[in-house]
Design a binder for this molecule. Sequence first.
Ligand SMILES: [Zn+2]
Ligand SMILES: [Zn+2]
Ligand SMILES: [Zn+2]
Ligand SMILES: [Zn+2]
Length: 486
Amino acid sequence: MTDRMEEIFDCYPYASVVETEHRESRCDFCLKLGFSGDQSPSFDETLYSAKDLDDKNLPRPTKLQKCSGCKLTFYCSKKCQKDSWKAYHKIECRCLSRSGENYIPRPEARLLLRIIIRSRNNADLQPNSIRTFNDLISHKENIEKDMKRMDEFKLIIDTLKVFTDSIYELPTPEELLTTFGKMVINTFSIIEDDITLGSGLYLDPSGMDHSCKPSALCSFAGARLRVFKLDERPSTISYIDILQYSTERIEQLEKAYYFNCQCELCSDEQLLNSERGFKCRSSDCDGYIERKNKECSKCDSQMDNNVFQESLTIDEKVGKLICEKYEINREDDCSRIYEICANLLNSVRKTYYKLNRRLAAFHRLYIDVSIGCGKFEELYKSNIFKEFIDSLRLFYGSPHSTIGMILYKQAKIEEYLGELNKAREHYYETLDEFIPYNNHSKFILELMLKTSNLEIEIERLGNIDSWTKRVFLVQTKRTNRKIDKS
Ligand SMILES: [Zn+2]
Ligand SMILES: [Zn+2]
Ligand SMILES: [Zn+2]
Ligand SMILES: [Zn+2]
């Protein structure tokens, strides 16, 4: 068993908000999984029939209780309901009940109101934190000059004015802007096992600086955030997606957080050259071509100018495709993007150095769209998982939940395709990426059960003849047809 990682923070948010789509399946205060109304529990009961694990250790989803005032928020316990009431819901509830039209402002507006209420009334609710709300940076001057942010701010304020009218007096515009700044600069996305549940403001963790090569890892269980050390460097986390070129990262950080990244990665010229390097075409050389002189870092061979121009064209195409899928966020277009990816795959493989960050982003996109449109066999045969995971281990460090989730997808596809030994191996590797810092979340417990069930299946298959084995595999495929798209 791997050693536990050193924990830096373990805390609950100063204020948080649940995403609209999870509003009826998560506690409004702690974001714990539950169910409301007649909706059935959102986990697979059959997983829990395994006899070799003690059933009592498995978390059961709680029936969520509706707030009797607004009838729009749900809680996992009396305690959460009380704490929420004290922190902000007493006021929020009156605003919500007034309209009687099931109207709920969008999450950003709700979060801002919650932060305002908390910062005014109950500063003492987080006695264990070192930082206070006053310590948070607002970047107010930068925001005032940022047209896009100011538009966003005005929209939220207009919403809140209507929402709180005659019930709660909002602070002065000056104060509102400072609080808005503190919110957008310091808020974390709450992501539990690859699912974005909401967002929250955490006082102590928000003090951690950004690095494009972070030294700490965030792990959420509902709204509870724990941060662990990945290595001995001073603790940093990444505020943005690190599978981008330095120029893109720097631009994004400047736009969203108003600073110029000078992290150890962005200030290391050699690393910057390799993360956007092209593949050296000399046989047996695994070096990269530097863009500035078209020369290989390892064998010094020069890249032909035509080949270099071709590489630039491919690079640009891939960049556009990634931007289209994730920044413009065209969810509807899975099969179209899959076709483009599949057509590009061979040239992409010829073009990129194995540790090129855009190549990794391409791999991620390829996996997403393949799963999104059910191309499991094609994805399995492409062997992309291995290349992708190898590069992630270098970019993120291991163990890491990001690597774990990719291994998990790989294992599920292998199981679906009847490659049970491979699936078993990758389920175990998935566990290795989570166990050192994850305290038996529902996901981990289910994974342990899945692995032990697979162990039993593999053993059983070893004892039956090949015809029965084939019939069995066809059945397994049928029952596994619903592979998670997440
Ligand atoms: Zn709760
Ligand atoms: Zn209420
Ligand atoms: Zn950086
Ligand atoms: Zn070379």
